[in-house]
Design a protein around this ligand. Structure first.
Ligand SMILES: NC(=O)C1=CN([C@@H]2O[C@H](COP(=O)(O)OP(=O)(O)OC[C@H]3O[C@@H](n4cnc5c(N)ncnc54)[C@H](O)[C@@H]3O)[C@@H](O)[C@H]2O)[C@@H](O)CC1
Ligand SMILES: [K+]
Length: 483
């Protein structure tokens, strides 16, 4: 698992080292690692290091100090370094002295001093930064055409929430120190590739984690020698309606593709489902559906009296239940249906549905928002987005950065619900089922946007995502062999 630690935890972990090590050691350790990444980027991008040009954007804190020290180390490798000071009176004194001694140029942060660098280091603010870039920094950043390497975090992006509320850095690479911070998962599009430099911190267990592909591949259920169609889990899908028959087809099809267990469908779209997936066992109603080990209820299922009665009946079982889409709209009116359940419930809202459930949109602190709903209602919550979050009632959160936004298309949520429902029926713990499903779904969407016969990517569709689920799961499972 990759762990993400908020800034107060990182600061607390730094404190004993700052006490015990000679002054400046920790910063030089960080800056040395940073300089190595910068050097290798220079080599990769320009074919060499000596004689290349690097500009440093230097703010008023230790983040600027890191940049100045990295500039000092780069000078020693023959790089031409210019430090642009945003707040000359408050720039890190020891870092300034060191860079000056090493032959770096030190100038005020104005556009005419930017020059034509090969790379720019963003040392404007680190984990103590709050809010967007201030106007002078924003104006300077606007002029930059060279790739930016962010020091610790991309400035202007909130380190703990990844929220952006105005001008901010978009980096090609982010070099972080001691620990990954939440921004590296929640604001991944601003960070580019993230490199971690170990500075020897001892950290507590994290409350925000991301599963590695190999870990998901390793837990994905596949049939064993003793398995039959029932032993692998049977999922019931109550999705689709006369108005939205496609939701039933997509959700059920995804459940079929995700595991080898059996899929039962209950609802008015049975003939459409059967026409596309003859392996599904259909019945016209929830009451007539045979035994299942988990339910998915809600995608395109409507909000009429019958849909409401079905939701009640399904939630009255002692089985894990995933509630999505129309099911969430109904729940918003009657949260009592899930609050008292003894079995697990997983709610899978997008931001708008989240607002319907809680009265507030989840931004800007999506992690806090999802934790609060999970704890309040005693449920698991999967909040959809570029970074999908899965919160347990105890506050533990999985994050999955989709690595692309191709899944932002109609019906993609129905596919996600089917995948996770299938994993739930296999007996997988709810948070892992949700995290694994989110990962496989995002990967399938990225695959669907690509074409092996031509480079690049193009918009895709829920049906195409469904058709690439098998490839996605195969890819996740091959990571087991690789790692
Ligand atoms: N403490 C240490 O020894 C180490 C700290 N490290 C670096 O230190 C950073 C944290 O440094 P600091 O706590 O000094 O603070 P920062 O450098 O993150 O921020 C400096 C100051 O910027 C101001 N500021 C806040 N928001 C701003 C904004 N939007 N625009 C402009 N200015 C703003 C504030 O006055 C803040 O105190 C880390 O991110 C990391 O880069 C690393 O060198 C590792 C070791
Ligand atoms: K920074």
């Amino acid at each position: 698992m990759r762990s993400f630690h908020p800034s107060d935890v990182v600061r607390a972990a730094e404190a004993p080292l700052l006490e015990s090590l000679p002054e400046g050691t920790l910063m030089r350790r960080a800056a040395y690692g940073l300089a190595r990444v910068v050097a290798s980027e220079l080599r990769e991008r320009t074919g060499g290091i000596a004689g290349r040009r690097v500009s440093l954007l230097v703010g008023s804190g230790d983040n600027g100090g890191d940049a100045l020290w990295a500039g000092t180390f780069l000078r020693r490798r023959g790089v031409s370094v210019t430090a642009l000071l945003l707040d000359p009176d408050r720039a890190h004194p020891a870092g300034l002295r060191a860079l000056r001694k090493a032959g770096g140029r030190i100038v005020p942060a104005t556009p005419e001093h930017l020059g034509d660098p090969d790379l720019v280091l963003d040392g404007i603010v680190g984990i103590s930064g709050r809010g967007p870039l201030r106007p002078a920094a924003a104006a300077l950043v606007d002029e930059i055409t060279a790739p930016i390497i962010a020091v610790d975090i991309p400035s202007g992006v909130d380190p703990d929430t990844g929220a952006v509320d105005g001008p901010a850095i978009t980096a090609a690479v982010t070099v972080t120190f001691g620990a990954y911070k939440p921004v590296h998962a929640l604001g991944a599009t601003r960070c580019g590739r993230v490199e971690l430099v170990d500075i020897g911190l001892t950290l507590p267990e994290a409350g925000l984690v991301a599963a590695e592909p190999s870990e998901i591949g390793a837990i994905w259920p596949v049939p064993g020698a003793e398995d039959d169609k029932y032993s692998q889990g049977v999922v019931g899908v109550r999705a689709g309606s006369a108005r939205y028959p496609g939701a039933g087809v997509l959700c059920t099809g995804a459940a079929v593709a995700a595991t080898s267990g059996m899929v039962r469908y209950a609802g008015s779209g049975a003939s459409e489902v059967l026409a596309r997936f003859p392996e599904v066992v259909v019945s016209p109603s929830v009451a007539e559906t045979g035994r299942v080990q988990a339910w998915v209820v809600g995608p395109g299922a409507g909000t009429d009296d019958e849909a409401c009665a079905n939701l009640r009946d399904i939630l009255a079982t002692d089985l894990p239940v995933l509630v999505d889409a129309d099911g969430l709209t109904l729940l918003a009116r009657e949260p009592g249906l899930v609050r008292g359940r003894s079995a697990h419930t997983l709610l899978t809202p997008h931001a708008g549905e989240f607002a319907r459930l809680t009265g507030n949109r989840p931004e800007p602190d999506r992690v806090a928002a999802v934790r609060s709903l999970a704890a309040d209602w005693g449920v698991h919550v999967l909040l959809k987005g570029r970074a999908t979050l899965v919160a347990r009632p105890d506050g533990h959160v999985f994050v999955n950065d989709a690595g692309g936004s191709w899944a932002s298309t109609a019906g993609a949520g129905d596919v996600l619900a089917g995948v996770i429902g299938s994993l739930l029926s296999s007996g997988m713990p709810v948070d892992l089922a949700a995290a694994a499903g989110a990962r496989a779904h995002a990967l399938a969407a990225n695959l669907a946007a690509q074409d092996p016969k031509s480079p690049g990517a193009a918009p895709t569709s829920a049906s195409a995502i469904l058709s690439r689920l098998g490839d996605s799961i195969r890819l996740l499972r091959t990571h087991i062999a690789e790692s």
